[in-house]
Design a binder for this molecule. Structure first.
Ligand code: KG4
Length: 336
């Protein structure tokens, strides 16, 4: 079955075509307009989606080498995300499905990240076996999810305040780095000493996360050091980034490895924007090697928001015969 996926939950307009989970095309239009504001401006995001959606979908169909009438279903991100952004993708998907007279599949964006490992480049690419444990780390979420099947996911732990991506972005902002700060910290960290600075880590029972203490401790370290040396950030950029990244990775791995041990699950995975981070990827791969686990680490292009993962999550729902009524609205918040 050929599925067209559409993703517009935040600031990336994306369309992808899959044929039974094998990727035929993936097109993403990122929105540079937000950089000047240090964060995503919802109204600008929805306007940019409106401009991008037609060319992005047309290009995905063109690159896939298919005709519109080959599309068997249209899958779209129904939530969570920014309401205005979601409305654009949702309305477009509904209109297209009606025009093509094919079923519509609504996808939970977080399920897309968790199931991104099933996007194949070739039909015989390896995919995770169930159950697997997924560390979902993005700008809005940090969760440990037990995945028993594409339809059966249980959140074992999640952040009680900021998400890992927010910790990267907010600390980067304090350093005067551009938005989004996560990838910039990642690049700087490669040159720095991760043991140079120590920042606070939470002590939480169970598998929940907290990043607000780290954020405060990072801010106070800079504030105190800047009193003595106004050039402190500039002179210590790489070490600050490396130490920050090291602390975030430590916090993530502490709860994740506890969940792995307690559940005894042998297949692990990561997903979401922060799973593009070199420190996170290395730590998960290294842990899996030492404990003889199977680790699924997504291609970097499938870590941030993309429609390929939405198409695949939609494919699983279509196989189960779960389709969406075109009168259903998008939802800004969903509980996985
Ligand atoms: O999943 P995602 O694309 O969307 C949202 O949840 O909005 O994640 C975006 C987050 C941002 O916080 C960004 O800074 C972070 O992913 N991110 C990274 C890296 N690449 C993206 N964080 C650390 N290192 C990276 N290489």
């Amino acid at each position: 079955m050929i599925i067209l996926g559409i993703e517009s939950s935040c600031d990336d307009t994306s369309a992808a075509v899959i044929d039974d989970c094998v990727l035929l095309s993936s097109v993403i239009a990122s929105q540079k307009v937000h950089e000047a504001y240090g964060g995503v401006v919802p109204e600008l995001a929805s306007r940019a989606h409106q401009q991008n959606i037609v060319p992005v979908v047309s290009e995905a169909i063109r690159q896939a080498g298919i005709d519109r009438k080959d599309i068997g279903a249209v899958a779209f991100t129904r939530g969570p995300g920014l309401p205005g952004s979601l409305h654009v993708g949702c309305a477009f998907a509904k209109g297209l499905a009606l025009a093509l007279n094919v079923p519509l599949v609504d996808v939970n964006h977080l399920h897309g990240h968790v199931l991104a490992h099933f996007v194949k480049r070739k039909p015989d690419d390896e995919v995770p076996e169930f159950p697997y444990l997924c560390l979902l780390v993005s700008g809005g979420n940090s969760q440990i999810i037990r995945v028993d099947s594409p339809a059966q996911m249980t959140v074992l732990g999640q952040t009680i305040d900021d998400a890992a991506g927010e910790a990267f972005d907010k600390c980067a902002k304090v350093m005067g780095l551009p938005y989004p700060g996560g990838p910039v910290i990642d690049r700087l960290a490669a040159e720095g000493d991760p043991s140079r600075f120590k920042f606070a880590k939470p002590h939480i029972d169970g598998y929940n996360y907290s990043f607000s203490g780290l954020k405060t401790s990072f801010l106070y370290t800079l504030r105190d050091a800047l009193k003595d040396n106004p050039n402190f950030i500039e002179e210590n950029k790489a070490d600050l980034a490396a130490s920050l990244q090291h602390t975030i990775v430590d916090i993530l791995m502490h709860q994740f490895t506890r969940a792995i041990k307690d559940t005894g699950i042998k297949t692990i995975a990561i997903g979401g924007g922060v799973s593009a981070n070199s420190g996170v990827r290395d730590a998960v791969a290294d842990y899996a090697r030492r404990h003889r686990l199977r680790a699924f680490i997504p291609e970097r292009s499938f870590t941030t928001d993309n429609a390929a993962m939405i198409a695949v999550a939609g494919w699983f729902k279509a196989q189960r015969g779960e389709f969406c009524d075109p009168t259903e609205p998008p939802f800004a918040r969903v509980v996985i």
